[in-house]
Structure formats: structure tokens, C-alpha cells
Design a protein around this ligand. Structure first.
Ligand SMILES: [Zn+2]
Length: 300
């Protein structure tokens, strides 16, 4: 062999070694880098497909919830229409209705007031406050078919209107007495001083917040559109003419009369008021779920 041949063989062997080395290196790159990237891409593509499916079902859910909202709104409208029809029928059957409401009791005059109501088979509404007799009276009101409603436990404006928490603690206290003695939970409420009171102005906006909060919690609150002024110092004749005068002058279907069963003059004027109202063609009812809400304009 000559030198030239030896060089050629060496070059060939070296080339082969380089070639093998390159193949091994490229294969390594392929296995370690390219395949993982390919796997990542296909994983990413799968995620994209899943995402699309999810997006589709989200869209469908949204559509479904829109439809449910629509059905709910339609049903609410139907409910309101039905309530209106029921109310109109009731008005046609009953004509003009008076809701006698007695606040701040029970008191020493309550029994006599109950007897007068019984005598004329008039059902009324009692917005009660806490007292040691409340449990017994609560049973009596229910037995006689009157409505028992919540006024306040303490009736102390400065306390109950100091915060939402204070108001609801007070309300829950009076509610609990009634519930413990009768098992019945009243959802009808009257604010001390009415929802229009300004005595609560020391706590700005409290009446707006409380009236919203009550409604949110499933209560209904009632003010009045006739004030007998029995709490304002009127005597029996004045109470009579305050109520009857308002009935004669107003042409309302619903008269919500504010009275207090803690006043002797209220008790003394009650029978004449009932007799005259019947003569004027009125009927009486106690507050119930179909009673239209009588609300004042809130001033605080
Ligand atoms: Zn009161």
C-alpha cells in the first residue's frame, strides 16, 4: 500500500466516524427536543378543542339562563296581573274596605275594643309592642280572626333607629314573643312613627335602608292614609269626626285607619265609627297578603 491509499482510508474512516457522530447527535436532538415540542403542540391542540367545547356549552348555558329569566319575568307579570284581578274582584265584592289598625297595645282597653269588634263581626289588625300580656293577647287576636302584626318591642325611637342592627334586634324581640306563644310568625310591620317619620333624622337615611331591608327579608310594612289623631290628644268626638270625615271626603277603595288601643277615647269612639262606616257602605277587613300596601313617602 502506498501512502496515498493509507490517507484515503484514514479520511474515509474519519468521515464515517463524523457521519455516525452527526447521526447520533441529530437523533438525540430529535428525541429530546422535537418530540416533546410535537407532544406539547398536540396537547395544546387538544386543549383548544376542549376549550371550544366548553365555550359552546357556556354559550348554551347562557342561552338557557336567559330563557329561564324570561320565563321567570313572564310568570312574575302573570302573578301581578292575577293579584290585580283578585284585588279588583275583592273590591267589587266588598266595595270600599276599611282596615282598622290598632298600634301600641295590648293595654287595659284592648279587651273592650275586642268586644266591640266582635259585636259587629269586624276584623282588625293589631300592631303590637312588648308587654307581659302580649303572649296571651297574641293567642286571643288569632282566635278571634284578627291579624297580629309587629310594631316594635321598646318603641324607643332613639334606640331602634340608632342602627339597622338595633332595629332588627328590637323587631325580633317582639316577633319572638308572638311566635313562642302562638307558633305564628307575623310578616306585617309598622314602623314606630310611620315610614315617613322625621324623628329618626339623627341617623341619616335609616328609614330608606330599613324599608328596603324589611322588604328584602320578606316583610311587608304598612303606614296609614287616615289618622284618627287619637295619639295627638283628640277626644272621642274628634276621633269620630277625623275618621268619618276622611271616609266621607275621600273616595278611596282602601282606607287604612291609624288608631291606638292604648287610648280610652279610641275605645269610646269605636262603636260609633263602625256603625257610621257600615251606614256609608263600607266593609272591614284585616291586613292579609292581598291588602294593597299603604306607604308614606320616606323622608329620611
Ligand atoms: Zn306606635
Amino acid at each position: 500500500m502506498n501512502n496515498q491509499k493509507i490517507v484515503k482510508i484514514i479520511i474515509s474512516v474519519l468521515s464515517l466516524i463524523v457521519l455516525v457522530y452527526m447521526i447520533v447527535t441529530i437523533r438525540g436532538i430529535y428525541l429530546n427536543k422535537i418530540i416533546p415540542i410535537k407532544e406539547k403542540i398536540s396537547y395544546y391542540e387538544k386543549l383548544q378543542i376542549k376549550n371550544k367545547i366548553l365555550e359552546k356549552s357556556i354559550k348554551e348555558e347562557k342561552e338557557r339562563s336567559k330563557n329561564i329569566d324570561k320565563i321567570y319575568d313572564e310568570n312574575e307579570l302573570k302573578k301581578e296581573e292575577l293579584e290585580k284581578v283578585i284585588y279588583e274582584h275583592e273590591s267589587k265584592i266588598n266595595g270600599k274596605v276599611i282596615y282598622l289598625t290598632f298600634d301600641d297595645g295590648p293595654s287595659i282597653y284592648t279587651d273592650e275594643i275586642l268586644n266591640i269588634l266582635d259585636k259587629y263581626n269586624v276584623k282588625a289588625t293589631f300592631f303590637v309592642v312588648c308587654s307581659k300580656n302580649l303572649g296571651d293577647y297574641a293567642k286571643k287576636y288569632i282566635e278571634k280572626g284578627h291579624t297580629i302584626a309587629l310594631h316594635t318591642c321598646s318603641h324607643k325611637y332613639k334606640e331602634i333607629y340608632s342602627s339597622e342592627e338595633a332595629y332588627f334586634n328590637d323587631l325580633n324581640s317582639v316577633s319572638k314573643i308572638i311566635e313562642d306563644s302562638t307558633g305564628f310568625k307575623s310578616k306585617y310591620v309598622r314602623f314606630p312613627g310611620g315610614s315617613s317619620n322625621t324623628v329618626s333624622k339623627f341617623n341619616k337615611g335609616i328609614m330608606t335602608r330599613l324599608s328596603n331591608e324589611l322588604t328584602k327579608n320578606g316583610y311587608k310594612y304598612f303606614d296609614w292614609n287616615i289618622d284618627s289623631n287619637d295619639a295627638g290628644g283628640s277626644n272621642s268626638e274628634q276621633i269620630y269626626s277625623n275618621v268619618i270625615g276622611a271616609l266621607e271626603n275621600n273616595n278611596r277603595n282602601v282606607s287604612m285607619v291609624l288608631m291606638h288601643d292604648t287610648k280610652v277615647y279610641t275605645k269610646d269612639s269605636l262603636e260609633n265609627i263602625i256603625k257610621k262606616a257600615i251606614e256609608l257602605g263600607y266593609t272591614f277587613s284585616n291586613i292579609n297578603d292581598y291588602t294593597p300596601l299603604v306607604h308614606h313617602r320616606i323622608n329620611n
